[in-house]
Design a protein around this ligand. Structure first.
Ligand code: ADP
Length: 637
């Protein structure tokens, strides 16, 4: 029988041209290009072996029949690899990279198929050469060799259908037609026109479709760019999450460190307080005052770092509580009054008479912002004045309260103003070198205000002064106007604090609970002259034991302690019936003054709370308040 291989010759020439074209076009090949080239090569090899087989059969004769057998063997191997490479090409086109699992299956499949065909040469179960007659005989299993590519074509179709979403319609049509054309070619060749080698001609046409639709340089470039973009996006996302992780670690570290540093500072300030209280030597009291000033500055810095890391790690909460506006303003002014008078700066306060008396908001955080602005204003002003203005900008409930801190200081250049609100930013570093600061204050103010749905604004002129201001919406609790505000009157109306040395409470029994032994010692020293009986416990368990066996008039309990913290200790004591806060007040000691701290501590059963480092005046006020009720007033008052 003579076979017509014109289609196949046409096909191989086309494939050859495609290979040469792509070899010249792409020098740096992507995975997809590589798999496309592999497919082109294997089609070409399949065509050559198929043609060789057709030629040997056409010429005929026993010798050529043997060659025909060898060519057929190679052809059947290559044909299956063609299908496998095609599946690989689809997967790479869909995923942009080889799919390892599928590749292993494909290689395994090809390997078994190759081994079987090699075995066939010796055992002849698919087809064999009869050396006696010189005939090339097809065995019954021969049809399997056609069924295998058929099965693979179906597998490829299923894969294409399943990955449909990953292909564009253009891609989808091209790859499906490839299979369709290959199958149609095989069927036509096997049935209607057996003597015309048609199938590879059709495969070539289908391959051309892929070339013109998917493998055009422009399309390839586009795909490559998209792939690179995808990779860049992945890299950027990885880098972002890594940066976020590192930032979290940093924030946690800062939070831990600042917490750890606070403990010894508290002790230092506590003992310093003892020195101030006990020493009669003028020089020593001066040194101790200096230590107190520096210690407090250090504590402010540490608190800033702690706050900043809390804000960064998203752990900063705004806790609204009721607060008295007049009180807050007075506190703010009194807090910085000394610093201002030290520098001979006039400190003024302008308060809108219409402002409501009691508001609801996070007073601790508002105080923190205003204190920061006021201290900055004083820090960066050499002469002139600093004015705190509080104005009712919008009446109603909630009310719009505008707070401004204006100074006649060094001012800020326009170009520096934007950068100012970022963390760790300090400007005019050379000029301000001798002014202490971390550059965190304003960043904290900005973040806190953001949390309160407000923003920090700035009007400043370099060399003339600055005005930092913001407006807060605050719920009105008592709308009675604050009226005329005079800082001198406010100061005078405040209760006169008992001086340290005045306080005595002979025979009163106090229990102090704190896991830091230094703090216990400070407490003891501070009240040394009070005549009180001071006992100490360094854990919740020990405290409970002591309460069980003794009667106390008042208990001071640290909040954060290892094993059993202050809250747990109180709870356990109340459950056991050995602590009754109606009879014996239990005061929480805390290192962190957060908003609503009193509410928080009283809601869990404490009578009140006191912040660390312990200020002797606060401690004494607390003792007076709870040890000497109305029926037995404190003798000094
Ligand atoms: P710092 O701890 O350095 O004071 P801040 O965040 O509070 O940090 O302030 C950042 C920088 O802004 C300061 O270093 C200073 O240069 C500038 N600045 C802040 N307040 C004023 C002001 N009232 N007048 C002039 N410059 C100011």
């Amino acid at each position: 029988m003579k076979y017509n291989i014109d289609f196949e010759i046409f096909g191989s020439i086309i494939i050859l041209i495609i290979i040469i074209f792509f070899k010249l076009k792409f020098d740096r090949q992507t995975e997809s290009e590589k798999s496309f080239m592999r497919l082109a090569y294997i089609i070409l090899i399949a065509q050559f072996t198929d043609m060789a087989s057709a030629v040997t059969i056409s010429i005929g004769g026993p010798k050529l029949a043997l060659f025909n057998l060898l060519f057929d063997t190679v052809f059947f191997i290559v044909e299956v690899y063609m299908a496998l490479f095609f599946i690989d090409y689809i997967l790479i086109s869909a995923y942009g990279k080889p799919v390892r699992k599928s590749r292993i299956i494909l290689v395994f499949y090809g390997f078994i198929h190759t081994i079987l065909l090699i075995f066939n040469l010796f055992f002849g179960f698919y087809f064999r050469f009869d050396f006696a007659t010189g005939d090339y005989i097809h065995e019954t299993w021969y049809y399997i060799l056609y069924a295998i590519p058929g099965i693979l074509a179906v597998a490829a179709l299923i894969i294409i259908l399943r990955l449909r979403r990953k292909f564009s319609s253009k891609q989808w049509i091209s790859v499906s037609s490839f299979i369709l054309f290959a199958v149609i070619g095989l069927i036509l060749q096997g049935t209607l026109i057996p003597n015309i080698y048609l199938s590879f001609g059709l495969v070539t046409i289908a391959f051309l479709m892929i070339v013109f639709s998917l493998e055009t340089p422009d399309y390839r470039k586009l795909m490559k760019t998209m792939q690179e973009l995808e990779e860049a996006k992945r890299d950027a996302e990885e880098a972002r999450s890594e940066a976020e992780r590192a930032n979290r670690v940093k924030s946690d570290f800062l939070a831990n460190m600042s917490h750890e540093i606070r403990t010894p500072i508290n002790s230092i300030l506590g003992f310093d307080e003892v020195i101030l209280r006990e020493s009669k030597d003028k020089d020593i009291t001066q040194y101790a005052s200096n230590i107190k000033f520096s210690g407090k500055t250090l504590l402010t810095l540490i608190n800033d770092i702690l706050d900043f890391s809390k804000i960064e790690s998203g752990n900063m909460e705004i806790i609204p509580v009721e607060y008295d506006l007049k009180n807050m303003i007075t506190d703010q002014i009194l807090m910085v009054a000394n610093r201002a008078s030290d520098k001979a700066i006039e400190l003024k306060c302008e308060v809108d008479e219409r402002l409501p008396r009691v508001l609801r908001g996070d007073d601790v955080r508002i105080r923190q912002i205003v204190t920061n602005l006021l201290t900055n204003a004083i820090k960066y002003t050499e002469k002139g004045e600093v004015v705190l203005t509080v104005r009712l900008e919008e009446a109603g409930n909630p009310a719009g309260i505008m707070i401004s801190v204006k100074d006649t200081g060094i001012g800020i250049r326009e170009e520096d103003q934007k950068a100012l609100f970022g963390a760790f930013r300090r400007i005019d570093e050379k000029k301000n070198r001798n002014i202490e600061g971390t550059g965190l204050g304003l960043a904290i103010c900005v973040s806190l205000l953001e949390k309160m749905n407000s923003e920090l604004c700035l009007d400043s002129e370099y060399g003339k002064g600055s005005d930092f201001y913001f407006t807060l919406k605050q719920e009105v609790v008592d709308e009675t106007p604050v009226g005329r505000f005079s800082i001198a009157e406010e100061e005078n109306s405040r209760t006169v604090e008992i001086t340290h040395d005045d306080f005595t409470a002979p025979g009163k029994r106090v229990l102090v609970v704190d896991d830091v032994k230094m703090n216990l010692s400070v407490f003891r020293q501070l009240l040394k002259k009070s005549g009180m009986i001071i006992e100490t416990a360094d854990s919740g368990g020990q405290a409970l034991e002591m309460i069980r066996s003794s009667n106390y008039d008042i208990v001071f309990m640290d909040h954060l302690m290892p094993e059993m913290d202050g809250i747990e200790t109180l709870k356990k004591g109340r459950e056991e019936g050995i602590i009754d806060t109606d009879k014996v007040p239990v005061i929480a000691l805390t290192a962190n003054a957060i908003s609503g701290a009193r509410d928080m501590y009283t809601s869990v059963g404490f009578t009140d709370y006191l912040t660390k480092p312990i200020e002797i005046s606060h401690l004494i006020s607390m003792l007076v308040k709870y040890l000497f009720k109305e029926d037995h007033p404190y003798p000094c008052l």
